[in-house]
Write a protein that binds this ligand. Structure first.
Ligand SMILES: [Mn+2]
Length: 374
């Protein structure tokens, strides 16, 4: 057969030419395929961004520093590809540390409540892999997804989800390194990403992979120490310290559960900060701090014991109380109750504050007891 082919080629110079052309084409295609295969993900993402005039970089609801720093990095990539980027999120930037991040880096973030509020339909998701938290979120098909949470969300043209990573900012730091060719990173961007990694990993103590350490080292070379300090330890509003003081001095401790009613507050974020502080108390494994703002009683719960599911405990404590809601995760939860209803106005007979406190203690303790192996 090979001989027959050789004879045919020898007798027809046109065939020789065609065979040579075919070989050259195959070689070119091979080189192209190897290049594509070896190129870093950032090159593909940059191509996806460059094909658009405008993109929305969408953070998860109530964005945290990791989401905001990741969004800054995608906006940086988009703008260097000549693509306009708008940073949007559902919910609000909550907690004074997160607001300090926004003001320190002068971020222009736009809140959205409805899919029609998106600046455009070309959406890049960061730090989550399925759009949520606004009306019509389920109908969005993102063009790209960069995330470190488990999940099945995908981008139409680009998906990079690494659940083994401690922060989304780590992935974006790798992107910037891979395209840098030794160029300096903008100081603010490097500092924001470094803080994003630190805040998502509790300063490299929780949920870290090797990549967090490597990218922290890389970013450190471009970050500004004073700026990092300013964003990591923003000044605390006076009320936060007042509320913490009240939470600590007025605490009721029953076994490993501490409940504290701090009365009227102006800023309900102070309750979460106080709960975190109270949880540091020796012997205490679950806490709830209660405070009133504008006729609503807010609860903020925390637990350091994995057998106590705070969200479920808060939910069972307010169960049956009209105009109440509570829930959350294993280690943190919250709730709201209507003060007039607690006082007995409305359909129910009312549950006093001391009765509520007792229910909270019981819920947090029985939860612990139920889970405890006998
Ligand atoms: Mn994150």
């Amino acid at each position: 057969m090979v001989e027959a082919l050789g004879r045919a080629l020898a007798s027809d110079p046109l065939l020789v030419g065609a065979a040579a052309l075919l070989l050259v084409c195959a070689a070119i295609a091979g080189v192209w395929a190897v290049r594509r295969w070896r190129e870093p993900p950032v090159a593909r993402l940059e191509r996806v961004l460059a094909r658009r005039e405008e993109v929305v970089v969408l953070m998860h609801p109530n964005p945290d520093p990791d989401a905001m720093a990741s969004a800054m990095a995608v906006a940086h990539l988009a703008e260097s590809a000549g693509t306009e980027a708008t940073l949007q999120h559902a919910g609000a930037v909550r907690h004074h540390e997160n607001r300090a991040f926004v003001s320190t880096f002068g971020l222009d973030l736009e809140p959205i409540e409805d899919v029609n509020w998106l600046a455009c339909r070309e959406v890049v998701l960061v730090d989550h892999n399925e759009p949520r938290g606004f009306a019509g979120a389920a109908g969005i098909a993102p063009i790209a997804v960069v995330d470190h949470h488990p999940g099945n969300g995908e981008g139409e043209s680009f998906t990079d989800v690494r659940p083994e990573y401690g922060a989304c900012a780590t992935i974006l730091a790798e992107y910037l390194r891979d395209r840098a060719d030794g160029d300096a990173l903008p100081t603010e961007l490097a500092t924001a990403l470094l803080f994003g990694i630190q805040s998502d990993t509790k300063s490299l103590t929780r949920g870290c992979s090797r990549a967090e350490f490597e990218m922290s080292e890389y970013l450190h070379g471009f970050a500004d120490a004073a700026l990092l300090d300013r964003v990591a330890s923003p000044p605390v509003p006076a009320e936060f310290l007042d509320v913490q003081a009240r939470a600590i001095s007025d605490r009721h401790v029953a076994g490993s559960v501490a409940v504290s009613d701090v009365g009227e507050v102006d800023n309900v974020d102070a309750l979460a900060a106080a709960a975190e502080e109270l949880l540091r108390l020796q012997g205490v494994e679950a806490v709830v701090v209660l405070g009133t703002d504008d006729g609503t009683l807010h609860l903020s719960g925390r637990s350091s014991d994995e057998r106590i599911h705070v969200g479920e405990a808060l939910q069972s404590a307010v169960d049956g109380i009209p105009m109440s809601s509570a829930g959350g995760h294993a280690r943190m939860g919250g709730g709201q109750l209507s003060v007039p209803h607690l006082d007995g106005i409305g359909p129910g007979s009312g549950v006093g504050r001391s009765e509520l406190r007792r229910r909270l203690v019981d819920a947090l303790r029985s939860d612990a007891a139920a889970e405890r192996p006998t």
